[in-house]
Design a protein around this ligand. Sequence first.
Ligand SMILES: C[S@@+](CC[C@H](N)C(=O)[O-])C[C@H]1O[C@@H](n2cnc3c(N)ncnc32)[C@H](O)[C@@H]1O
Length: 272
Amino acid sequence: MHSEKQLSTKIDANVPTAARMYDHYLGGKDNYAADRAACEQLDKVVPSTRRLAVNNRRFLQRVVRTLTQEYGIRQFLDHGSGLPTQDNVHQVAQSVDPAAHVVYVDNDPMVLVHGRALLEQDERTTVIHADMRETDAIFSHPETQRLIDFDQPVAVLFNSVFHCIPDSETDGPSAVVKRVSERLAPGSYLLMCQLVSEDAEVREFVTNFMDQATHGHWGRVRQEKDVAALFDGLEILEPGLVEVSTWRPDSEVAPRQLTQEWIEFGGVGRLP
Ligand SMILES: C[S@@+](CC[C@H](N)C(=O)[O-])C[C@H]1O[C@@H](n2cnc3c(N)ncnc32)[C@H](O)[C@@H]1O
């Protein structure tokens, strides 16, 4: 278990990573041939993944805008933030209020390099190189302490990340959510979504494929009921737990996936 969580500081262009594959699907340039080849293989089984990724990113942006604009949130802790792209969390939040604070956490060394370059001038935003399961280290990190006041409500984001970690009583998604929730002020929000499929063959194929492709840096495609269980005890915001492109869409012509072998499923919960 421990070795799984050792942070790699080296960028290996030959082993695909979730961050770089996702970047490729979003049309980014921070990825290598191995990442693109893995996406091509994946597309043979789950052909709507590019659309899924784009919809997932838009969902994240809508949630951040909604929480800043309508729910008064000014601090965000983003677990598994990914490579910077357009309209990153801090840009969306700070477009509503320039005083919003954001802490990004990711274990991919490339995210750290690109994130730091982007954030050099921004004193209200930082990126931490950490495993999202290391709650103590993340919460006590000097940069987190500098930017987040945990006596006030925070939005904690787990957007499209739980499928990257396996089940475990101490370090699986539900253990992490419990640990994090215990540290948050009432009125804080949790955004949680992950890749799910109700088709057992798809779940098995993709889980095995990604596990091999990433050399074990992967978790599990789960089911909608597994995501729903993470929201136990939280007040779930409207419209509930859904395929994420249908969460408060900001356009009537929002594109949907043409096929639904797997989807991003989740929503936003409030700590009572
Ligand atoms: C699919 S991307 C999602 C990025 C972003 N949250 C979004 O939704 O646009 C998954 C991200 O989680 C990161 N990740 C995977 N496992 C992680 C872990 N154990 N700790 C921290 N970050 C992790 C990957 O490096 C990648 O950047």
